[in-house]
Design a protein around this ligand. Sequence first.
Ligand code: DC
Length: 230
Amino acid sequence: MSKGFVIAIDGPVAAGKGTISPLLAKNLNGFYLYTGAMYRCLALLCIKRGIDTKDENTVVNILPEFGINVFDNKVFLNGEDVTERIKREDVAMASSDVAVIKKVREEMVSIQQEIANKLMDEGKIVIAEGRDTATRVFPDAKLKIFLTATPEVRAKRRLLQIEERGEKAKFENVLKDVKLRDEQDLDRKIDPLVKNPEEFGYIVLDNSNMSEEETVDFILQKAEVLNDKN
Ligand code: DC
C-alpha cells in the first residue's frame, strides 16, 4: 500500500474552503481535516468555562482539559458532538483570539499532524483546510491551493450561511466582520495567512465568479496531474 498524501487548502474567511474541501474529500475518497475546528473547539471550551479568550495564560492553562475528535465530518469536544455549535458567530469571534496564542498553535499543529500522519500511514489522502496548513502544518503537502474571493462575495456567502441557520445579520456588518477577520489572520505574528501565496508554492484560485462545481473540478484536475506523476 502506498503512503497517502496531503492536499492543503488555505485562504481567507468565507472563501468556500469549508464547502469545497469536504466535496474534494468525497471525490477522492479522502479525509477532510478541518483545522479551524480545533481553534473553534478551544474557543467553545473557554466560553463554556467563562474564560476570557483574550486572557492568554488562562486559555493555555485549560489546554490539558482539551480533547478533540474528528470523524464522519463531525467534531467532538471532550466527547460532545459540537459540529453545529462551533459554527456560531460567538465561537468564530472567540476562535480568532485563541488562534494568536503561540502555545495554542503549537498544540493544535501537533494534533493536526498526528491525525494526518496516522491516516497517511493507512494510505489515505488528507484534505487539510485552514490558514497555515501548507506553510506550517504540512509544508510537504503535494498540492497547495490558496482559495480566495473578493471580500464582498465572501460576505454574501457568509450572510447566506447565517440565514440558513435561521439567524439574522446585516450585509454591512458581515462585510465589516469579514474584513476584520482578514486583518486578524494576515497580521497575526505566528503563522499568519500569507500575503504572497505564490511565493509559498500555492496555486491561487480566486473563485469569486466560479460555482462550487467549477471550483471542485479545477482542484480535482490539479490533483489528477499529481496522481499521474506518482
Ligand atoms: O476557518 P475558520 O473560520 O473555521 O477558523 C476559525 C479560526 O481559527 C479563525 O480565526 C482562523 C483560525 N485558524 C487558524 O488560525 N489556523 C488554521 N489553520 C485554521 C483556522
